[in-house]
Design a protein around this ligand. Structure first.
Ligand SMILES: Cc1cc2nc3c(=O)[nH]c(=O)nc-3n(C[C@H](O)[C@H](O)[C@H](O)COP(=O)(O)OP(=O)(O)OC[C@H]3O[C@@H](n4cnc5c(N)ncnc54)[C@H](O)[C@@H]3O)c2cc1C
Length: 354
């Protein structure tokens, strides 16, 4: 019997496990392994300014070994339909996402019981406590907790348990890794309304070139392959696939898509729908919502679900503004107009000596 059980050890779960008071007995169940094998979260691994701020508020500094080569300061934005390419300044940190998660995990204090390589399979609620079943090493195990926290990302089992009838817009994200063959490493953001009403990306990372995108579920693989073909024609080096990754990604479209939990069960990070609908940036919200919930639980507030819901109001409004921003960013005529003017873009100077 634990006070608190956290499901998922991405940025949200790891931050919460680090910040909860040591008076609580805490269990964490996560399907990842620390030895590099098994599940790796497919992710662009770009730490945006908001996420950098979220980390700095804890006075933490990133260790060098979570960074990858190279660091890139501009995004090459490509609109496939119009063929317009523009470069825009960006302040991302290029990360190894798996190592980043392991670093956040390494900061969790020893009093927290971590069950890794374990998949939570079912939840029941009886007499003011939750019974969780999980599979670890081929065996089915159980724990009981007063509070449960769904930090289990886009395909959250806790969200489905709490809100079985609530649907949130989601996409299939497909990423492939290739050996880096481009002369100049780069980061690219690709708009291609024929294949997706979301966006795609490509980025160089430690000798690899990753291409991925978020696609509507129907014919997602065909859409991905169509795009790959078009990008190859535009000079992208996408030969000899090293690995293919795929996962669900949420893209909120309504204010009530953000669900924070009920009955002593809470959702943090992407499980709650906290991800930007315009950029799919989600690491900052994962860290921030974990912090908000830790404050509520550590203060032993009488109605923690309500207190946490209120604390997330500013973030919910901020992320809803990102939903409202989408029609401007994703409307082909508007994008054409903005990109044609070159407003806010960087003029790239070619070195003719090369
Ligand atoms: C392809 C892609 C690219 C992205 N690129 C970026 C980016 O560059 N920058 C950015 O800021 N955001 C990016 N995002 C969004 C970002 O990855 C997520 O919003 C963020 O990771 C959410 O953190 P989280 O801790 O809430 O969930 P997650 O990081 O998804 O972590 C959830 C964890 O829960 C565990 N888990 C899930 N189900 C179970 C279960 N049943 N039992 C046990 N454990 C379970 C998994 O091990 C997983 O690690 C991207 C998303 C995708 C899909």
């Amino acid at each position: 019997m634990y006070d608190i059980a956290i499901i998922g050890l991405g940025p949200a779960g790891a931050t919460l496990a680090r910040l909860l008071d040591s008076n609580f007995s805490i269990a964490v169940i996560d399907k990842k392994r620390s030895d590099g094998t098994g599940f790796h979260k497919p992710c662009g691994g770009l730490l945006a300014l908001d996420a950098q701020k979220s980390i700095s508020q804890f006075d933490l500094a990133l260790p060098k070994d979570v960074l990858v080569d190279p660091q890139i300061f501009a995004v090459r934005t490509l609109d496939i339909k119009t063929g317009i390419i523009r470069h825009y300044q960006r302040f991302y940190i290029n990360l190894d996402r798996y190592k980043f998660d392991l670093w956040l995990k390494s900061l969790i204090p020893e009093h927290v019981d971590i069950f890794e390589d374990s998949i939570c399979t079912s939840i029941e609620h009886h007499n003011d406590s939750y019974h969780l079943q999980y599979i670890s090493g081929g065996k089915t195990k159980n724990i009981t907790a007063k509070y449960i926290i769904g930090a289990d990302g886009a395909n959250s089992i806790i969200r489905k348990f709490l809100y079985p009838h609530k649907k949130i817009r989601s996409y299939v994200s497909i990423q492939q890794w290739f050996l880096e063959k481009h002369l100049n490493p780069f980061y690219s953001c690709i708009f291609d309304p024929e294949n997706t009403d979301c966006y795609s990306w490509a980025i160089s990372k430690d000798g690899y070139f990753i291409f991925g995108g978020a696609y509507p579920k129907k014919n997602c693989r065909t859409r991905f392959e169509n795009q790959k073909k078009q990008l190859k024609e535009l000079g992208f080096c996408l030969e000899e696939v090293q690995k293919t990754e795929c996962c669900l990604v949420l893209r909120p479209s309504k204010f009530n898509d953000f669900c924070t939990g009920k009955n002593n069960a809470f959702l943090i990070g992407e499980a709650a729908g906290f991800i930007s609908a315009s950029s799919l940036e989600g690491i900052s919200s994962a860290i921030n919502t974990a912090y908000y919930l830790s404050e509520v639980l550590n203060a032993k507030k009488p109605n923690p679900c309500l207190a946490y819901h209120k604390k997330t109001l500013k973030l919910r409004l901020k992320l809803y503004l990102k939903v409202l921003k989408c029609p401007f960013m994703y409307s082909p005529p508007l994008r054409k107009l903005v990109m044609s003017t070159g407003i806010n873009s960087i003029k790239v100077i070619k070195n003719t000596n090369k």
